[in-house]
Design a protein around this ligand. Sequence first.
Ligand SMILES: [Ca+2]
Ligand SMILES: [Ca+2]
Ligand SMILES: [Ca+2]
Ligand SMILES: [Ca+2]
Length: 261
Amino acid sequence: MNKRILLGALAGVTAIVALPSAANAAATCNYDQAKREMQVRYGANDTGVTVTNGGTLRYSEGAGPLRSCFSTSGVAATAANTDKVTIKAFSSTTAPLPQTTTIDERNGDFAASNPKLQFFVFTGTGGDRLIVRESGQADAMHLMDQGGLAFGPAIDLDYDGDVDIRMTTTNDAIVQVNGGAGADFIDATNVRGYHTVQLGEGGNDGLLGGTLSDSFDGGADQDTIRAKDGIAESVKGGTESDTGTFDFNLDQLSSIERPGF
Ligand SMILES: [Ca+2]
Ligand SMILES: [Ca+2]
Ligand SMILES: [Ca+2]
Ligand SMILES: [Ca+2]
């Protein structure tokens, strides 16, 4: 086989291999340095997108590699040079896939990097989930509803009175918080428009449910969980002695050693 035929054959293989990845287009990202805005868009078939902190703001789809986001002139978005991160579905006209958007603070606290940084999640309808992954330190988080005409979750990541994440969706959304290690405080007391999944993980955590059905797992150490709201909910205390207030004969308790009713 001469060189030209071999190269042609290899090019053919490359083209065939490239086809599936074109059908499963990866998430894309644009950074506007003047507007200080980073825009991440789901690929056509993506059901999960993650944004995390670090030396730059990075994003990935599914279990894909984390990538930095660049302007047309090659400047990478960082938490310091970005005030707004927008995460959008592939297209508002496609069928509503259940999308899971993850905001991951395990590589750095967003507000500590830039107090003005805000996230806006627009993934449409269809039971979308927002996952917030917290650090190994003690984290306090306030879960609320957006006010005014906007509908959907409003998350204050560090309980300082400033909303950091706004997710616009219908009332079938789920907000999941993974507290990580440390004594975390997750307060969804006033939530009326979405369900929460509260995972305290390590540390002595305080988990407060909202007015719709929630799900709780204190994880390791001594946790306090409030699930008394007249709705049957799943409550796991995890290892060590856990307590809280619950609906008697309604909430399904597991490993809650000191329940209150
Ligand atoms: Ca934590
Ligand atoms: Ca815990
Ligand atoms: Ca309950
Ligand atoms: Ca327990």
